[in-house]
Design a protein around this ligand. Structure first.
Ligand code: SF4
Length: 389
């Protein structure tokens, strides 16, 4: 029998009781490395939550409420429960907690809401980091006895179309370190963090599935699935499959598997629950995840992509930003000026009146008639700096 288990359950509404019952029955059979006791941390995905513009891309509070009820029912000697998060750069984590309805969890259950940027942090050394030799995390994560990840099932063009448990760790580190090597090395830095923030239990919110646009503003659909596992790599491998993606073509899943953090193949995973993978695959088949080369995004920009192609860097962030414009104000795309946007080193002469240069390593020779050359610096530039053009 494999020690890597993934349970896939049909779960059609955000009812904390239903979710708690599913988690409770699972943890009686799933082998857990550590007991559920002491200081417990829950890490959801609250990269962005907003009642108008970001309604789908975060872990719903009802899922976390179901987890809290499970802990209170099954945990022994629980000292405290903290929900720890660092939002994306658009809003503060405290605002994300409020918009996502997490403050009621604090009132009802006395759990802590820990906004990483406002809370004590510690720097931890990494023995096996490829990008980071040390990393700053919230003290609550460093001091915890049991760590639960509650990822949102969603797509993300910055990480080969998939975001689940492993990607959640980008929100375990502070803002400066988050953008360091956020380029072709994104998958390596993501897995570096696993050394200090590897979850004991994962409970994934696939009741609504967010897909196809910007990682924060994308739209969603009913998928009706709750996924529970005792290993982040196994969880992501199975979830990628639910979305009809090949997990070994997703850099961060392959990196984690190669580094020995989880199974090396599906043969090593025991899949259980009440919902066959094929049923979910039928629902996600043919969906447009928006993950394609940035120069294929249709708009007035003539985008030319050179080398390197950084899925987690310039090309991915520019594509993600274009999706954000499309998600929020479709008509704005039609009003974009005609210009040539260059990303990466491009060979050959560029002839246009306006040329946009994106990223520190962009290089090209432009025609003498180019009246305007706009540079957006950074490795990679931020969404905000692109939006400021
Ligand atoms: S500047 Fe952009 S394209 Fe160049 S390495 Fe950095 S992220 Fe990649």
């Amino acid at each position: 029998m494999s020690s890597y288990k993934v349970f896939i359950y049909a779960c059609f509404d955000y009812n904390p009781d239903t979710i708690s019952n599913l988690v409770s029955k699972t943890i009686t059979t799933i082998p857990l490395t550590n007991p559920i006791k002491g200081k417990i941390v829950i890490k959801p995905n609250l990269v962005m939550a907003h009642p108008q513009v970001a309604t789908e891309s975060y872990t719903r509070s009802e899922v976390v409420e179901g987890i809290i009820r499970t802990i209170l029912k099954n945990g022994t000697a629980v000292d405290r429960i903290d929900i720890v998060e660092k939002s994306g750069l658009g809003i503060t984590t405290t605002t994300a907690f409020r918009h996502a309805g997490y403050r009621k969890l604090q009132r009802r259950y006395g759990v802590g809401l820990v906004a990483m940027e406002e809370s004590p942090q510690v720097r931890l050394g990494l023995d096996n980091g490829k990008i980071h030799k040390s990393i700053r995390v919230a003290r609550a994560i460093a001091d915890r006895d049991f760590l639960i990840f509650a990822p949102k099932l969603k797509t993300n063009v910055l990480s080969n179309a998939y975001s689940g448990a492993l990607k959640l760790n980008i929100g375990s580190i502070d803002s400066k370190e988050r953008m360091y090597h956020h380029n072709m090395d994104l998958h390596k830095k993501m897995i570096d963090v696993l050394e200090v923030s590897n979850p004991d239990l994962i409970v994934g919110d696939g009741i609504r599935f967010a897909f196809g646009g910007n990682q924060m503003t994308q739209h969603g659909m009913d998928l009706g699935v709750l996924i529970i596992s005792n290993n982040a790599v196994a969880y992501d491998m199975v979830c990628a499959k639910l979305l009809n993606l090949d997990p070994f073509k997703i850099d961060h899943i392959k990196e984690a598997s190669d580094r020995g953090y989880g199974p090396g193949s599906f043969d090593d995973i025991e899949i259980a629950g009440d919902l066959p993978i094929e049923t979910v695959q039928q629902k996600t088949a043919g969906l447009d995840y928006g993950y394609y080369p940035v120069d294929q995004f249709k708009c007035n920009f003539n985008t030319i992509s050179g080398t390197p192609y950084c899925t987690g860097g310039c090309q991915g962030i520019f594509l993600d930003w274009l999706h954000m414009v499309k998600d929020r104000k479709l008509k704005t795309l039609d009003r974009f000026p005609k210009l040539t946007a260059l990303v990466g080193k491009v060979t050959g002469k560029i002839e246009d009146k306006t040329v946009l240069l994106i990223g520190d390593c962009v290089q090209a020779s432009t025609d003498d008639h180019a009246k305007s050359i706009v540079c957006i610096k950074g490795c990679p530039p931020t969404h905000k700096s692109i939006a400021g053009i």
